[in-house]
Ligand binder design. Structure first.
Ligand SMILES: CC(C)(COP(=O)(O)OP(=O)(O)OC[C@H]1O[C@@H](n2cnc3c(N)ncnc32)[C@H](O)[C@@H]1OP(=O)(O)O)[C@@H](O)C(=O)NCCC(=O)NCCS
Length: 442
């Protein structure tokens, strides 16, 4: 593999730093141009001073490590004089296995390359550097959510969990086929933000495979404290669910109503829906569907196999508008990752893992006894012929949470097994405690 873009190695300088503030709390002289470059990459408007101060405080709180790739000899007057041409950040983010245990991941975000500098290896340079740093910092796995589906496989990331944008038509959804339980109450968003919402999320996270801890900056948005424009949100409402006879909140939802133009549906748009029990999820949906003066409830974070399809009176009230990749995982240390997760079935398999960047390459034996795995590294290279299963590290990342079946990847020609019983066994071993559901973007 060519090193960090030989052709243009002289053109750029890679700098690693932590976000910081001046004594007024504003982003410091390295951080502000980096933030401006990210805004440009994602076509976001330049934020106000107040929003910039809030954002940098959140990034400092999350202990982010920034990468900036700077043009060494910028054209006079160009933004390259101060802005990096490439941006990248990473920070610690726990991924839940759904049984109360979790694994820390090196969460990657804010990946941008200025349009004038694209396809010169800037991303490859940042990613290669970051993953090497991740290994040095002791991460067994990296993670990201992507803006495009084709960028990250080449770096060993596999899509481990998908999500759906769904709409449920009110007129045909109620009554639910089975009665719901508990009590739904509307609350001020502030009340949710003051502690109850975070507590509910913590309990959701512990029981939900694929859940990832949220960025500090996510909370004010999902609680309706700040709107999409960075200003105080004025249109977000909140409700909570409690089980019958209990004071303890076990689920919450925040939403806004968006009036349709002539001929369009008026929509209840779910901002955040977090639940500790299936009963809370069902009841909060029933509540959303009962809000008058609108046509549909839309929800962008629906899991595959959403129980609402089965719950509604007419299953055709439920429509999928769109489905796409959500969390991508990149294994850096095969043994550490496989020994961290729970297993549904005992068994032994040998896995030959290829990795173009080398971090995870090797042949491994996974022995599962009483739901815990032990991994023995048998060889430094991937011995496909001598193994039960041969796969790329990206596909190992894809099957990890248990949402993507090894049998499906075998059918797709990605995972190879001499005996088709091997992917069946791996699938059974990786069966998660409940349906994976990710509600965190980063
Ligand atoms: C995606 C982006 C970061 C790529 O940066 P880049 O510096 O042009 O990428 P590189 O030149 O390092 O290319 C690295 C590899 O990725 C490939 N690649 C780059 N962008 C790609 C894209 N959008 N789709 C598919 N492949 C892409 C290149 O072909 C190259 O492949 P190779 O190394 O196997 O030959 C850049 O186009 C960008 O900033 N896009 C807008 C913001 C964005 O989408 N960010 C991603 C957030 S998740």
């Amino acid at each position: 593999m060519a090193s960090i873009n030989d052709a243009s190695a002289d053109r750029y300088e890679l700098r690693e730093f932590h976000p910081g503030t001046d004594d007024q709390g504003a982003p410091d002289s390295r951080t502000k141009p980096w933030m401006d470059a990210v805004g440009l990459g994602f076509h976001e408007p330049t934020e106000s001073d107040e929003a910039a101060a809030r954002m940098v405080a959140h990034m400092v709180a999350d202990q982010e490590t920034f990468l900036g790739v700077y043009v060494r000899q910028p054209a006079p007057g160009s933004v390259d004089e101060t802005w990096p041409a490439g941006t990248f950040t990473w920070f610690r983010k726990a991924l839940s296995w759904g049984d109360g245990t979790a694994i820390d991941t090196q969460a990657v975000s804010a990946v941008t390359v200025r349009p004038t500098e694209r396809r010169r290896g800037v991303l490859r340079r940042m990613m290669t550097h970051a993953l090497e740093r991740g290994v040095a910092e002791g991460y067994a796995m990296a993670s990201l959510t992507a803006s495009e589906g084709t960028i990250y496989r080449r770096f060993g990331f596999g899509c481990a969990i998908r999500e759906r944008a769904v709409r449920v038509r009110r007129a045909r959804a109620l009554p639910f086929l089975a009665p719901t339980t508990g009590v739904v109450t509307m609350v001020p968003t502030r009340w949710l933000a003051d502690g109850v919402g975070r507590d509910v999320f913590d309990r959701f996270h512990a029981r939900t495979p694929g859940s990832m801890v949220r960025n500090t900056g996510t909370w004010p948005i999902v609680f309706g404290e700040i709107g999409r424009d960075g200003q105080k949100a004025k249109d977000v409402r909140a409700a909570v669910h409690r089980p019958d006879g209990s004071d303890e909140v076990d689920g919450y939802v925040t939403w806004r109503v968006v009036e349709g133009k002539t001929g369009e549906d008026t929509r209840v748009e779910v901002v955040d829906l977090v639940y500790v029990t299936d009963e809370a999820y069902l009841s909060l949906w029933e509540f959303l569907l009962s809000i008058d003066l609108n046509d549909v409830v839309v929800y962008d974070r629906s899991r595959l196999d959403d129980p609402i399809v089965a719950a509604v009176a007419d299953n055709r009230a439920f429509d999928v508008d769109h489905e796409e990749d959500h969390v991508w995982l990149r294994v850096l240390d095969v043994a550490a990752v496989l020994e961290s997760r729970p297993y549904a079935v005992d068994g032994s398999l040998t896995l030959a893992v290829t990795d173009a960047l080398g971090h995870a390459s090797g042949t491994y034996r996974l022995d599962v006894r009483e739901a815990r795995g032990t991994v023995t590294r048998l060889a430094d290279d991937a011995d496909a012929a001598g193994s039960d299963i041969a796969l790329d590290v990206a596909d190992l990342g894809a099957v990890l949470i248990g949402s993507v079946s090894p049998q499906t990847l075998a059918a797709a020609g990605l995972l190879r097994a001499a005996d088709e019983a091997a992917p069946v066994l791996l699938r059974a071993m990786l069966t998660p405690p409940r349906t994976p559901h990710g509600v965190t973007y980063f």
